[in-house]
Design a protein around this ligand. Structure first.
Ligand code: DAK
Length: 257
């Protein structure tokens, strides 16, 4: 059996994490979740990794949690599986993570995409939170992240009906960063990852932190966090190098320090 999560290195500083269960439309079983948490944890700590692309295949990014694996589970078993902890480990990755979505991103798959920082979607990609149709509700952040992105009334429509929506609508809602032709999704995601990989990593890391932590905080606290993060960067060599290179009209050489 092929590895259910593959690691590829499309360019220096960029890793691509591929969910690989095509026979199950990339449904997220426990093994896939553990591997995703482990890979994103390891890449998050690796100083040579500058950006990560998370993807599936042309038919499916991920069709949600593996229904066959949880259909007969009880409350205590669901609790003991610790899925929330695995989910948090994925969301905690300090490196920029770009979701490259083709095909279905449903239920836990849509939630997985929403834990990423940038979402590139193919024009025929389909998103949705269809959990209500099988007697549950979203459990990986769908009721919260979709609401924060799309607002109460769009989120309610999709969470309460389980209806799917396409990439264009997802883009209009603000759920997707860019819609591109299906065949160009991975290429575009790697292109963006490369753009980020060439930038000073400390600035990238603090920018990500400021956006995410700020989203959960009152505006005054978020603005204070942003100001402190900016001030911290004035201790970095890359800030000096970036600004001097601009003034001297040359290309900067960033060291990551
Ligand atoms: N789970 C298991 N198997 C799945 C699957 C899934 N989510 N989605 C597809 N498959 C399997 C099908 O059973 C089928 O297997 P075989 O019959 O060949 O053995 C194979 O993949 C191909 O599927 P289809 O024949 O259905 O393929 P189609 O192209 O016709 O349709 C589809 C693709 C993605 C539209 C359809 O398969 C579908 O509707 N899938 C289910 C989508 C869904 O309901 N997703 C939500 C799942 S619930 C939690 C956090 C999060 C969650 C749970 C807990 N905690 C923190 C505790 C998340 C819950 C969910 O995501």
């Amino acid at each position: 059996m092929a590895d259910p999560v593959l690691l590829e290195r499309p360019a220096e500083g960029v890793w691509l994490v591929r969910i690989n269960r095509p026979e199950a439309r990339n449904a997220l079983n426990l093994e896939v979740r553990k591997l995703l948490a482990r890979h994103l944890g390891d890449l998050g700590e690796d100083t040579t990794t500058r950006a990560i692309v998370l993807t599936g295949n042309d038919k499916s990014f991920a069709a949600g949690a593996d229904i066959k694996e949880m259909a007969e589970a009880g409350t205590i078993e669901m609790l003991q599986r610790g899925i929330h902890r695995l989910w948090r480990a994925i969301a905690a990755c300090p490196k920029p993570v770009i979701a490259a979505v083709n095909g279905y991103a449903l239920g836990g798959g849509c939630e997985l995409a929403m834990t990423c920082d940038i979402i590139i979607a193919g024009e025929s990609a389909m998103f949705g939170q269809p959990e209500v149709k099988i007697g549950i509700i979203p459990g990986g952040g769908g009721t919260q992240r979709l609401t924060r992105v799309a607002g109460k009334f769009k989120a309610m429509k999709y969470v309460l009906t389980g209806e799917l929506f396409g990439a264009r609508e997802a883009f209009e809602m603000g759920l997707v960063s860019e819609v591109v032709p299906d065949a160009g999704v991975e290429k575009r995601a790697v292109e963006l990852a490369l753009l980020i990989a060439a930038l000073p990593p400390l600035a990238v890391q603090l920018a990500k932190e400021a956006v995410l932590a700020g989203m959960d905080a009152p505006l005054t606290s978020a603005l204070a966090l942003e100001a402190k993060s900016l001030q911290i960067l004035f201790s970095s060599q890359d800030q000096k190098e970036g600004m001097r290179a601009f003034i001297e009209k040359r290309k900067p050489k960033f060291s990551g320090r």
